[in-house]
Ligand binder design. Structure first.
Ligand code: PGA
Length: 264
């Protein structure tokens, strides 16, 4: 069995006020007390709620991080968020290249690659999101799209950088996480079947193996995202190359999110 971290991550997008965030934490405290969880819980709240996670996450054994970061550590970048500073606030991960950032905010593979690099240099673990649109899948381009997103997104992370980052962090698994989110499944209620998702995750691991070698690729957690719900989580979680979930809508309700985490 590969030495991979199993992760259940919640992407809260632009939902929850500070009060709602505190209420979630309180509910989670009650629910998680007797729950046996075999995965790391991770929350990506909107940036203004990061200080609440900073206060509460340790006692709840939750990791947290921003949904986006700047490609620079500091400077004249109005409106941006420094990965270096969020790391100092106790964040361990940063979500990079979510499809909403790619499509609504015109983020390119080149910009995403720079963000991945700065995130690693800031001692955060980048969770790089990749995924094909419906059109790309239907026209048979899924694998070439994923290959482009991975090769270009990881262009500044050669094997030695990945190994050094891991040694520095002294943790289980690799210092990068991949989230496979088919764009057609995000927020639509359409979910990839476990077989379809497994096939794509295995193909992603092959691409990673061609970049990093099989041993290192076997340590990289690959999460599935796109309409994950308590009802479909366990079939997906049983697949050998699915190491966790990136959950949008269903992560906003503590009771649903914990059921998904329990399926891992
Ligand atoms: P969803 O979102 O679970 O609501 O489909 C997933 C995501 O955007 O990360």
């Amino acid at each position: 069995m590969a030495n991979r971290q199993r992760i259940c991550a919640g992407n809260w997008k632009m939902y929850k006020t500070p009060d709602e965030t505190r209420a979630f934490m309180q509910e989670w405290r009650g629910l998680s007390r007797h729950a046996k969880l075999a995965c790391q819980i991770l929350i990506f709240p909107p940036a203004y709620n990061l200080p609440i996670l900073q206060e509460e996450s340790h006692a709840l054994k939750i990791e947290f991080g921003p949904q986006n970061v700047c490609s620079a550590k500091e400077g004249a970048f109005t409106g941006e968020l420094s990965p270096f500073v969020v790391q100092q606030m106790g964040a361990r991960y940063a979500l990079i290249g979510h499809s909403e950032r790619r499509t609504l905010f015109a983020e390119t593979d080149q910009l995403i690659a720079q963000k991945v690099k700065t995130t690693l240099e800031s001692h955060l673990i980048p969770m790089l999101c990749v995924g094909e649109t419906r059109d790309e899948r239907e026209s048979g381009r899924t694998l070439s799209v994923l290959e482009r997103q991975l090769r270009q997104g990881l262009v500044f992370v050669p094997p030695e950088t990945l190994m050094a980052a891991r040694a520095g962090a002294g943790q289980v698994g690799a210092s990068i996480v991949i989230a496979y989110e088919p764009v057609w499944a995000i927020g639509t209620g359409l979910v990839a079947t476990p077989e379809m998702a497994e096939q794509t995750h295995a193909a992603i691991r092959n691409i990673l193996a061609s970049i990093y070698g099989a041993d290192l690729a076997a340590q990289i957690s690959i999460l599935y995202g796109g309409s994950v719900k308590p009802e479909n989580a366990s079939g997906l979680a049983r697949q050998p190359n699915i190491d966790g979930f990136l959950v949008g809508g269903a992560s906003l309700k503590a009771a649903d999110f914990i059921k998904i985490a329990q399926a891992m």
